[in-house]
Design a protein around this ligand. Structure first.
Ligand code: VG1
Ligand code: CO
Length: 542
């Protein structure tokens, strides 16, 4: 029933910031997915008879790869597979299922916020037993294996029925099709004050959640409408579609524009939110105010004890390096640890496991906590709702009060997508070469204080990750950060992160791009963005 198939290596299977992401036609090449999955299994030890969790965000090609992964898990000796009904599990739900059922690990099929469809993106990621993305030493081992692989093992059996909950046998391994929502919904109910949120919604507090035709639809329907009583119709675009309705399932001001416009209108609901393709990101917009993800992290951390799951306080906060320093001020006031990690959720795993951090966040619309080992879009929405239900103030009042207390970190990210890879690498190399001479240089009124290429020393396992982004810090605490995306599938994406701290409450009403204008210009001058990429403007500003 099990066969061993001869194969030849592909040279391009290096996992990026979050797993292997490629266009669907790349994944459809002969043995492409099989090679990568076998390389995952070959890099692991001791899983015979153990449980593997498999799920995905429902995008095009999801079902096909789920069948392959199940049959390969059986042939490689796993004892049990837990798979979401229909092949669906949001990324945070997959993380929770791995933890709850003490699985050996999990395979998450997603390309997150990237578009889906026959010529769009697909992805495969391996998560370890703590429920989090595999750390670099594991992804390095997987990549090394993809370069030498000669055979893979697969069970020669009929497809599994993914649409019926319950147990089936696949070549001697048990496959259990589980409800993708119920375990996760139960976890949320254990963390947040559902009766308080329900009462607040019943009192007329209006919310809207855009699932962007992606995986959070069924989760948001169940939790927000069924369990919390939000008005029917509060959850938009709740049916997961293989191509996300032709949109980018990316909850930002460009791709969730309609939600933004609605929230800025006179008759706006009180609270608006959205999530991405695989359910781990969040967009938070109050009536008349967009809350940047960096600010959201800080505001959630500052108010977390209002939710029962965090009533005992936070052990610490962790943020990725390009994320603004707003959370640092909260940590300082609370007298708790603050950790600065490279981009990508895998770097938070050790801090969470060691109990050093409770809440983590990234500027890219990712926030989460120790309840799972992934960022979690609906979790962030529910923590906001819990805080709003207790404080009974508007989002804008909460944000203003926060800035008055802590100061405001004006923040924006400018992305230049699909630029020529050689040009993007040249830009980064040139900046890197100048680092030593930059301190002291003046750009208008700005004076560069320090400049470096961020290296992370993991305080738990002492591992070191170099070249995690170029930081230019100016006198007075403003900064510009440059890095190349590790999730794109064509060309290179240059990300420029710009931040200015403003302590004066009288200056908290400036348009963000205006408040950052001199820094934006300095970034252009320093990196020669226009000359090198040929782009006059960023593709996306968030
Ligand atoms: C981006 C974000 C990063 C995030 C990663 C995965 O990576 O910047 O913060 O962790 O996507 O998120 P990059 O390398 O393109 O900058 V998801 O929701 O795509 O799993
Ligand atoms: Co995502």
């Amino acid at each position: 029933m099990t066969k061993t198939v001869t194969t030849t290596p592909y040279t391009d299977q290096k996992p990026g910031t979050s797993g292997l992401r490629k266009k669907v036609p790349v994944f459809q090449q002969q043995n492409y997915a099989e090679n990568f999955i076998q390389s995952i299994f070959d890099s692991l030890e001791g899983f015979a008879g153990k449980t593997l969790v498999i799920g995905g965000d429902g995008r095009f090609y999801n079902r096909e790869v789920i069948q392959i992964a199940i049959k390969m898990a059986a042939a490689n000796g796993f004892g049990r597979v837990l798979v979401g009904r229909g092949g669906i599990l949001s990324t945070p739900a997959a993380s929770h299922v791995i933890r709850k059922y003490e699985a050996f690990g999990g395979i998450v099929l997603s390309a997150s916020h990237n578009p889906g469809g026959p010529t769009e993106d697909f992805g495969i990621k391996y998560n370890i037993g703590n429920g989090g993305p595999a750390p670099e030493k594991v992804t390095d081992a997987i990549y090394a294996r993809t370069k030498t692989i000669e055979t893979y093992k697969i069970a020669d059996v009929a497809d599994v029925n993914l649409d019926a909950e319950g147990e089936q046998d696949v070549a001697g391994m048990t496959v259990q099709v589980i409800n993708p929502v119920s375990d996760y919904a139960e976890l949320m109910e254990s963390l947040f004050d559902f009766p308080a949120i329900r009462a607040h919604l019943a009192s007329g507090f209006r919310i809207v959640f855009d699932a962007m035709s992606a995986v959070t639809g069924p989760y948001a329907k169940e939790i927000l409408e069924n369990r919390l009583g939000a008005a029917k119709g509060s959850v938009l675009n709740f049916v997961p579609l293989p191509d996300f309705g032709g949109h980018h399932p990316d909850p930002n001001l460009v791709h969730a524009r309609a939600l933004y416009e609605e929230m800025m209108g006179d008759d706006a609901p009180d609270f608006g939110a959205a999530s991405d393709g695989d359910g781990d990101r969040n967009l938070i917009i109050g009536k008349g105010i967009f809350v940047t993800p960096s600010d959201s992290l800080a505001m959630l951390a500052a108010n977390a004890t209002l939710a029962p799951g965090y009533a005992k306080g936070l052990a610490g906060i962790a943020r990725s390096m390009p994320t603004s320093g707003a959370a640092d001020r909260v940590a300082e006031k609370l007298g708790i640890g603050i950790y600065e990690t490279p981009t990508g959720w895998k770097f938070f795993g050790n801090l969470l496991d060691a109990g050093l951090a409770t809440i983590c966040g990234e500027e890219s619309a990712g926030t989460g906590s120790s309840h799972v080992r992934e960022k979690d879009g609906l979790w962030a929405v529910l923590l906001w709702l819990n805080i709003l239900a207790v404080r009974k103030e508007s989002v804008v009042d909460i944000a203003r009060e926060h800035w008055t207390t802590y100061g405001r970190n004006y923040y924006s990210r400018h992305d230049y997508e699909e630029v020529d890879s050689a040009a993007a690498n040249g830009l980064m190399e040139t900046l890197r070469g100048q680092l030593a001479t930059l301190p002291g240089r003046k750009l208008g009124d700005l004076v560069i204080e320090t400049a470096d290429d961020f290296s992370y020393h993991d305080p738990v396992d002492q591992s070191v990750s170099n070249h995690q982004g170029i930081r230019i810090l100016f006198e007075g605490g403003s900064r510009v950060v440059f890095r190349l995306s590790g999730t794109g599938t064509s060309g290179a994406t240059l990300r420029v992160y710009i931040e200015r701290f403003e302590p004066d409450a009288a200056k908290h009403d400036i348009d963000t791009q205006v408040a950052l204008a001199d820094l934006i210009e300095a970034a252009n001058t320093l990196a020669g963005i226009k000359e090198r990429t040929g782009r006059a403007e960023p593709t996306v500003i968030t």
